[in-house]
Design a protein. Sequence first.
Length: 534
Amino acid sequence: MNNPRAAPASLKLPIAWVVFASVCGLLFWGLYRSSLGLLLSNWGDGDYSYAWLIPFVVVYLIWEKRQRLSAEPVEGAWWGIAPLLLGIGLFWLGELGGEYYTLYVSSWSMLAGILWLHLGKKKMRVLAFPLFLMLTTFPLPTFLYYKISFHLQLISSQIGAALLRIVGIVAHREGNVIDIGATQLQVVQACSGLRYVFPLFVLGLIVAYFFRASIWKRVLLVLSTVPLTIFWNSMRIALTGILWIKWGPRAAEGFLHDFSGLMIFLVSLGVLVGEMWLLGKIGKAGKEKRYSHRPLPMEKGRGEGSISRQAHLPRAATLLVLLGANLICFQAIDLRQKIPIREPLSKFPLDIAEWRGSRQHFDPRDLRSLTMSDYTLIDYRNNTGQDIKFYVAYFETQFKGGSIHSPETCLPGNGWVFKESATLTIPVKYGSDYLVVNRVVVEQLGKKMLGYFWFPQRGRNLTNIYQLKLYNFWDALSQQRTDGALVRVLTQMSGTESTDEACSRLNEFLSKAVPILDPFIPGRALQNRTVASF
């Protein structure tokens, strides 16, 4: 006969868990509201549209393992504090350093810590793959995305041009532009193949998860998705060139363009299935893991609920304190940036020694995407007809979504191909030291340019985008400042001119221009200058 007094006790735990989960959810939402909102908007982009399906896949994977999950005991572990604290650290690094990807990983780390803290390692083993799969929904950092996309553009262009030559079409490649005589095919960012690499890589992960074979076969299956996608994307580019000769511009737009993209995915999926079948024939397939679904024995008269409630109370209290304190600090700490007063870059002189400049302007549409506070773009020319393109972009704050982009991602987007890249010190004084710059040689359709760029950041001279992120975090904490700038100079090289000669020209120009920059780019000390906050 059932004990009537035991029934209410059994109902208390689910209600307590619902309340606890609701409070955690509200605290979590308070911390990540803006970043998760941007994450969902990024899923609308063509490169990450597959991410809308991942939550449903994760739910299915958990449901598919529901019996094993229920069979494992609930053994909360204090080890869950480690990913939880890591998530808190990444949260502040992302907020103050201005990087959304760090915030995405922070939210994932916090979620993993919460689950580990209350479910224990045995249940976490069951949830490991669904949790890992959630990481594939996060858009890459902008600078990394553009770098990968650029390299894929070049690889796809090279293979595409080679395939055109194989079928007898004369194709000359210059960077990401393929000249086939009748027209020039430019392999733009959208055609780099990255929007096929991402979903096929994720599909490879899911297929490998269900593929009962040895680990090396599963790893090979996943890794093969990348070259497979690149090859079929190159085939698509070559096919576009062939069809262009026959049908004209219609081959590169409209239905044919979209259909060829769909075919890449379907053909790659078919090859992936064939590869899985072939790997299954090699050697002995890995044995399928079998799990016992029998419920774990419990002491008679004691329910798991009462044990769990007692054991989880300290961990639940610790979690709520950590999340609540973090949210209070986030809301209470004044994160407003101090904006130093400076001269507007529109006043930067057009005449520097023998150099005479003409001010240029960005297209308004491009300007909106650059998120900078001020800029100057000046074309200088000396008496001998030599040119220097001088560009300074200033950012009052580099909070989330408004940080500096390296020319290593911007120039390739305009069709320039990097031929050389190095960091060097040039004989130009910057404060008490000599200026350290990134030197690059870029080419486009036969034109060759030499360039320098660096990042003046609150008195520091930085050349690395990772350094920039870390100093943004530190200075946001210590100085309430993340203002900074990008300086880039380019000069065209003639056919007979050496790199050293072009370097001498830039060095001579910068020896005159860099000292003039001080009033336009504030240094480390604000001294007695008035600052404004927002």
